[in-house]
Design a protein around this ligand. Structure first.
Ligand code: 4NP
Length: 163
């Protein structure tokens, strides 16, 4: 996909987890911080409806803040089939997110937009960014590190038109 110059026609990236309060808002903030926003838009959503309108989990906000990324203004929303018509790339965090997202795909074009964020970790051989919701602060730091490393790779590829 070519980078787009017209701001009406930016490359749009959506990051999806279950609740849209822990992993995906953190990844949204981190990826946005690595991309030129005249060419790219980044959003996030959850497959569940538990946290619509909610701020990110305080532990995710703290983790982002520690690393210079402010996600406190983000609010939860639910992934819908309409998102396939808006976004060029959809990154999911785990296999359960993947199953829930593909269920709403209507054709192969939709399906081709979906990939695992952790695929960008390459040699770290992680296929998923694990759900930290029932974990401790250290689990949120691990999630941040996975997200940050994956987003470095994804941003480089997006900027070089390699995705
Ligand atoms: P997330 O984490 O999918 O990374 O936002 C979760 C947030 C909330 C819940 C589960 C996971 N929950 O069950 O409410």
């Amino acid at each position: 996909m070519k980078n787009k110059i017209n701001s009406m026609d930016k490359t749009k990236i959506l990051i999806v987890c279950l609740g849209n309060i822990c992993r995906s808002p953190l990844a949204e903030g981190v990826l946005r911080s690595k991309l030129p926003l005249d060419s790219f838009e980044v959003d996030s959503a959850g497959t569940a409806n538990y946290h619509i309108g909610d701020a990110p989990d305080s532990r995710s906000i703290a983790s982002g803040k520690k690393h210079g990324v402010d996600i406190s203004m983000l609010r939860g929303r639910q992934f819908t089939a309409y998102d396939f018509s808006v976004f060029d790339f959809i990154f999911v965090m785990d296999k359960s997110n993947y199953q829930n997202v593909i269920r709403l795909a209507q054709n192969d074009h939709d399906l081709r937009k979906i990939s695992f964020l952790a695929d960008a970790l390459g040699e770290m051989k992680k296929s998923e960014v694990p759900d930290p919701y029932y974990g401790k602060e250290a689990d949120f730091e691990k999630v941040y590190q996975l997200i940050n490393t994956a987003c470095d790779q994804i941003a480089q590829k997006l900027i070089s038109n390699l995705l």
